[in-house]
Structures are given as C-alpha cells and as structure tokens.
Design a protein around this ligand. Structure first.
Ligand SMILES: [Ca+2]
Ligand SMILES: [Ca+2]
Length: 158
C-alpha cells in the first residue's frame, strides 16, 4: 500500500515536472519558448519578458544539447542567446543575471574580441554552435527561458 501511494505520488511528480505554460517546453526545472518573428537582441529580450521569461541562459552542455536537438526539428533558423560581451570584449556575461558565462559553445573563430559583435546566436550553418553577431541585426528568433512553476519542488519531496 505504501508503495502504491508513493507510486501515485511519483506520477503526480512527473506530471508536475512539466509545469510550463502552453507552448513552452519543460526541461529540468526550466521552460523554453521557441518564439516567433525576426528581432534584434533588445526586441527579442522584450519578447521574452512580456511572457515572464528572458532570453535563454545556458548553464550546462547538457542544457545546450537539449536546446540544439529542439532546434534541429525547427528548420534552419537562428536563435538569440541571452549573452553579451558588451562590457568587456571577448568576455561573455549572461544578460539575465549579469554573471560570467562558465559554459559557452562558440564556433571556432567566434566569441573573440570583435567590437561590433557583442551578442550571439545559435547558427544552423555551423551545426547550432554559437556565433557572435551585432546586437542590432533584426534577423533572428527569440529563444526564451523561464523557471518552471513551483510545483517542480514537489519532485524533491518524492
Ligand atoms: Ca538555463
Ligand atoms: Ca564583441
């Protein structure tokens, strides 16, 4: 009986893990939205904020792989990352937390001290590695991330 109860509880937990708004995809405590429209960095970030998120903040290689797998299913499109080296050339900070990027996946030759390229996108032409680019270029899609809602915490209890 105890096992049955815990099984039922776990089913609830698994369901709870994907607590994301419609259209968002859940993965390990975050929700992701592959948005629409061609944006600059600033308007892409606004797009995400209007939906209670921010441009994607990639914490780990695992998260990056999850995202690039998703992108491969969405044709050859390029997506903004929430990252900038505006403050110090070649030193990349996450825009949502203003913290140094410990994980990056720049294509070789990209991500260096390029003065007019202070933002970055996932580029399908280089297998979705990151390419630095002008923040003003109105040519890329918004990829948003938000924390999944509190019900995820129930997983820890289980
Ligand atoms: Ca993240
Ligand atoms: Ca730069």
């Amino acid at each position: 009986m105890k096992r049955l109860i815990s099984l039922l509880f776990c089913l609830v937990c698994i369901y709870a893990k994907t607590c994301c708004d419609d259209g968002w995809i859940g993965y390990k405590g975050s929700c992701y939205l592959f948005g629409h429209g061609l944006h600059t960095f600033t308007t892409a970030e606004q797009y995400c904020r209007q939906r209670n998120g921010h441009l994607v903040h990639v914490n780990t290689a695992e998260e990056n792989t999850f995202l690039t797998d998703q992108m491969r299913d969405r044709k050859d499109r390029a997506w903004w990352l929430g990252i900038t080296d505006e403050g110090s050339e070649g030193v990349w900070y996450w825009f949502d937390t203003n913290t140094l990027a410990e994980f990056t996946d720049f294509h070789p030759g990209d991500g260096g001290p390029h003065i007019i390229e202070d933002c970055a996108v996932y580029d399908p032409s280089v297998a979705y590695q990151w390419v630095d680019i002008s923040c003003e270029k109105q040519a890329y899609l918004p990829l948003c991330e938000a924390r999944s809602s509190d019900c995820t915490d129930a997983v820890v209890v289980g």
